[in-house]
Design a protein around this ligand. Structure first.
Ligand code: ADP
Ligand code: MG
Length: 601
């Protein structure tokens, strides 16, 4: 038998390594930003085109590279940051594996321009798929510029696997934020398709957090400061009353590196015990400094996971530090958990004269009106009833009467009753037994379909606001709103202006009240940010889901007979009445045989 083992050519090995290091444009952004920081830059500029699919460029004013280094940096295991194995246990730089540039250059068109301060001329190198295409001396500013074009151009499978621009941009924004949050003393700017997304001046940590997450973050922050032999903890948590329904803004940094760690996350949330309603999460920005010898950052190629020597002690210190701060800043436990935020008047509106909003477009619009959609539509809906009401001939149902023919619901009109139990379920008698409807989940389904339905009619029903509503957001949030503007408009929002950190709304969908706008848009932004990793749905779908969830009648709300009836009627007109938009059952049926069985024991 001949020998069959060969060493892989470098460019193949690099491509394989690239699979580990570069999952998506955001991975490139992370590596390039980190290199700029390791090069001691004080100003870093990030430029991307089309969510990084076309261009990712990072320009820094750091120490630059010599001509030889500029050539060498694209080799695998080429690093200036460690020299021997022991150095691995004392890492103070972001990079150390010497893999990033080699990997990136294997799967993209890369142009590097760099100059050290002491040099008259700098170096420009062009590499495509690991192959050096050109190298020349050029005049260029001090520092380094690396432009990465056409990522994955030679791996179509990876390129096709990339998500929508919105999603890839979100990943990039996340990476950018994580880096910018650890280096408030460095100026960062970020442009997407020539639009400025961030322009962060060198500042202190609090100012940096506020610059990234919006002005109104300032009042929410409680400082954390603790120093022990094992760990130093600095940063901020948000006051419990600003807790969010999604874990969006939770940042852990260890020795200036963003990490994910569920165990430490638990330490923080448990310190909030008793201060948060169920399902609410605090935001936090926590910076831990531990001796470099006590951690192992080498366990994950993208380095967001980290192993600590003594996690238990760390947990205890973290938890008590946060408890202490919460106590010290007198973050009162006198919170009203049952308060429904959606009932609050938005601050800007408290002192304004109240008037009835005018309905500007088609006041009679009702997406569930059988007439609008015609009998076919209704019959299609009506087929949902079949499974419920076996024995009824769907064909014979009178379509034209009321939106829902209530005679379908029970055998005789006179016995048609619904009950509410525990302010949670609506119970009704049906032919085959009893149906229990979860009011919250059922209403979610109804609203969800209403929003989707609205978005498909030519002109969604909209109510004009007498006073345009000014909503203040972070730049990043405003950018998301801009991206989904047309979706929002399709369901009835009308925007007057969208500026850097504020959105002025002058019309809202008819099924949303003015006082709910702030809450539901904030929730939507959270949902869009958090749904990113695994979503393949459209923005419209995320939006409809988010609004449905925010606006649905809550568990614990007492409903009068009419309201109960309306939920029941509307639910069974839905396309998918059986499940909430999130796939939970909206109702269960206990059939008469099952009840009988209980008595036959
Ligand atoms: P690592 O960061 O793990 O060392 P990289 O592949 O990211 O590996 O970079 C290789 C080397 O190229 C770095 O060690 C550094 O010496 C040099 N380098 C990369 N980017 C820059 C930059 N922006 N400025 C100066 N030197 C850089
Ligand atoms: Mg690096």
């Amino acid at each position: 038998m001949p020998d069959i083992i060969q060493l892989l050519p470098d460019h193949v090995a690099n491509q394989i390594a690239a699979g580990e290091v570069v999952q998506r444009p955001a991975s490139v952004v992370k590596e390039l930003l980190e290199n700029a920081i390791d090069a001691e830059a004080t100003q870093i500029k990030l430029l991307i085109k089309d969510a990084g699919k076309v261009l990712i460029q990072v320009i820094d004013n750091g120490k630059g590279m010599s001509q030889t280094d500029a050539r060498l940096c694209f080799e695998r295991h080429a690093t200036s940051k460690i020299k021997k194995a022991e150095d691995l246990f004392n890492i103070n730089t972001k990079g150390f594996r010497g893999e990033a540039l080699a990997s990136i250059a294997a799967i993209a068109h890369v142009t590097l321009k760099t100059r050290q301060e002491s040099q008259e001329l700098g170096t420009s190198i062009r590499v495509e798929g690991s192959e050096v295409k050109s190298q020349e001396s050029i005049s260029t500013p001090k520092g380094t510029s690396i432009a990465v074009k056409n990522l994955f151009y030679n791996i179509p499978a990876r390129r096709n696997f990339l998500k929508s621009n919105t999603i890839e941009t979100r990943h990039i924004v996340n990476e950018f934020q994580r880096v910018a949050l650890v280096h408030p003393n460095i100026s960062f700017s970020f442009y997407h398709n020539d639009n400025e997304i961030y322009n962060l001046v060198a500042s202190n940590l609090r100012q940096r957090i506020v610059a990234i997450l919006g002005k109104k973050t300032n009042e929410k922050l409680v400082p954390i400061n603790e120093s022990t032999d094992i760990v130093a903890i600095e940063g901020f948590i948000t006051k419990p009353e600003f807790a969010k329904k999604k874990r969006g803004e939770q940042f852990f940094f260890v020795n200036n590196r963003f990490i994910k760690n569920t165990y430490l996350n638990h330490a923080v949330t448990s310190a909030f015990e008793g201060l948060l309603a169920q399902g609410y999460y605090p935001s936090y920005f926590l910076y831990l400094t531990v001796p470099t010898k006590s951690i192992d950052i080498n366990i994950h190629p993208t380095k967001t996971e980290i192993k600590f020597d003594d996690e238990k002690t760390l947990y205890a210190i973290l938890r008590s530090t946060i408890k202490h701060s919460l106590g010290q800043y007198n973050v009162a436990p006198a919170l009203d958990f049952d308060r429904d935020a959606s009932m609050d008047t938005p601050y800007e509106f408290k002192n304004k004269h109240i008037s009835t909003p005018k309905v500007s477009v088609n006041p009679d619009f009702n997406p569930f009106n059988a007439q609008k959609t015609g009998p076919t539509y209704f019959q299609q809906k009506a087929s949902n009833w079949e499974s419920l009401y076996t024995g009824i001939n769907v064909e014979n149902i009178e379509v034209e009467s009321e939106p829902v023919n209530s005679s379908m619901f029970t055998e005789e009109k006179s016995t048609h009753k619904t009950y509410q139990i525990q302010n949670k379920y609506i119970v009704s008698n049906i032919k085959s037994g009893v149906v229990y409807i979860n009011q919250n989940l059922a209403h979610q389904r109804i609203l969800y379909e209403e929003f989707l339905e609205n978005s498909t009619v030519n002109e969604a029903a909209s109510q004009q606001l007498l006073f345009p509503l000014t909503l203040v957001f972070s730049k990043d949030d405003v950018r998301i709103i801009e991206e989904i503007k047309s979706d929002l408009e399709s369901i009835g929002f009308i925007f007057e202006t969208i500026s850097e950190e504020a959105v002025v709304v002058k019309g809202i969908p008819v099924n949303i009240s003015e006082s709910q706008i702030t809450t539901i848009i904030e929730q939507l932004l959270d949902d869009i940010k958090n749904d990113v990793p695994d979503t393949s749905f459209s923005q419209l779908d995320i939006m409809a889901k988010s609004f449905a969830k925010s606006l649905a009648i809550k568990t614990g709300t007492k409903l009068d007979a009419k309201e109960q009836e309306e939920i029941v009627n509307k639910l069974f007109l839905c396309k998918e009445a059986n499940y909430s938009p999130f796939g939970k059952k909206t109702f269960v049926i206990i059939n008469i045989q099952e009840i009988d069985k209980q008595f036959n024991n």
